[in-house]
Design a protein around this ligand. Structure first.
Ligand code: GN1
Ligand code: MG
Length: 357
């Protein structure tokens, strides 16, 4: 482990003789540790500045949202980073040229890497819906863009085309069938362009990383809050609903190599729609409501595209733990999308049954 961590913890006055620091979570971008200092527990995170090149924008967004929520919804559990003893929201570490921050560990909470049942999906989706709902009065345009074009599918498709032009023949041959599938399904990109040109499709305060591991649950499996606030930006509801579907519908994660294990849990689909709807029913416009099923397609397709693009770019974004890792991840997401498409006629209109619940 990086030895400079001690000097960072010192700035929070968290370094004691028996302070323990252990790696934590499964995030792909930032490095995370759990810190136990005396009776208290914390989360320490090193921000990946290759990706988040302006961490101060993240800090300023979180501060603005925190201030708004504290005034309008003082009981809402929002967990921003804690301040150093000199009042800073982050610590710049010269030795590694990187930024660190510390969050309180929410007592008695746990996160899940894979969802076990539909009830957890309902709980999680309701938390993400509640987050956007409570912030509907916040000026979404005042949020800073921490990652430009993050969920812009048109842009992601261009990145894919650029990666193809690099002509890395070996990687392109390996990925041939996945590339062909992504091109065949490019109608999903066209649909995105149509939707986002419609003013009835609203820009909202969007979390943009609603994987189930970004919801904290209490001991009785009630969801208590959402975490990982770095990608909160103006966005569309399909990002948040879709990423929940992407990470919850199957019993196995994007890391699974045995694709026969990938299938769609219909009860989980219904729970995500129901949970999100339970909070957002009166917020969503008539233009938005028909797009729940599309949300799943959109996010799974975009994640497949991002993994595939990274494979073609020699793994510079996500990194790879073994050769072909990002191609496996992309193929996993392609399989998930295929399984979802098979259920389109069964699930596509389910949200309308929630109108009168
Ligand atoms: C990244 O770092 P992590 O695991 O929270 C990525 C998400 C992807 C996800 C796929 C900033 O999230 O968009 O959905 O990996 N975050 C960024 O696991 O690119
Ligand atoms: Mg994240």
């Amino acid at each position: 482990m990086y030895s400079g961590i001690n000097s960072i913890l010192l700035q929070y006055s968290l370094l004691r003789e028996n302070t323990q620091i252990v790696p934590f979570g499964t995030g792909l971008i930032n490095h995370t540790w759990k810190v136990v200092s005396g009776d208290s527990e914390y989360i320490l995170q090193k921000i990946n500045t290759q990706i988040f090149s302006k961490p101060d924008l993240i800090a300023s967004n979180i501060e603005a949202l925190g201030d708004y929520l504290a005034i309008h919804y003082p009981d809402y559990l929002f967990v921003p980073a804690i301040k150093t003893i000199s009042g800073e929201g982050m610590v710049y570490d010269q030795d590694t040229d990187s930024y660190f921050r510390v969050f309180p560990f929410v007592k008695g909470s746990h996160a899940k890497t894979v969802l076990e049942n539909a009830n957890e999906a309902f709980e999680g989706a309701a938390q993400f819906g509640k987050f956007t709902k409570l912030l509907s009065g916040f000026d979404v345009h005042s949020l800073k863009i921490t990652l430009p074009y993050f969920h812009d599918l048109g842009y992601r498709y261009q990145e894919f085309e650029q990666a193809l032009q690099k002509n890395d023949v070996e990687r392109m041959i390996e990925a041939e069938s996945v590339i062909a599938f992504m091109k065949e399904q490019a109608g999903i990109v066209l649909e995105y362009n149509v939707i986002t040109n419609n003013p009835g499709f609203k820009l909202r305060v969007t979390h943009h990383d609603t994987k189930i591991s970004n919801v904290l649950f209490d001991e009785s499996d009630k969801a208590i809050c959402v975490i990982d606030l770095d990608t909160i930006m103006p966005g569309y509801f399909i990002s948040d609903v879709g990423d929940m579907m992407r990470t919850c519908l199957s019993t196995v994660s994007e890391e699974e190599k045995d694709f026969t294990k990938i299938s769609i849990r219909e009860d989980v689909y219904k729970a995500i729609v129901g949970g999100y709807y339970s909070q957002m029913k009166n917020e969503l416009t008539l233009e938005e409501k028909p797009y729940f099923f599309y949300a799943g397609k959109f996010m799974i397709y975009m994640q497949a595209l991002r993994f595939l693009t990274d494979h073609l770019n020699r793994d510079t974004y996500y990194g790879a733990k073994y050769p072909g890792h990002n191609l496996i991840r992309a193929s996993n997401q392609v399989t998930l999308l295929q399984r979802l498409l098979e259920k389109e006629s069964l699930l596509a209109d389910y949200q309308f049954s929630q109108e009168f619940v």
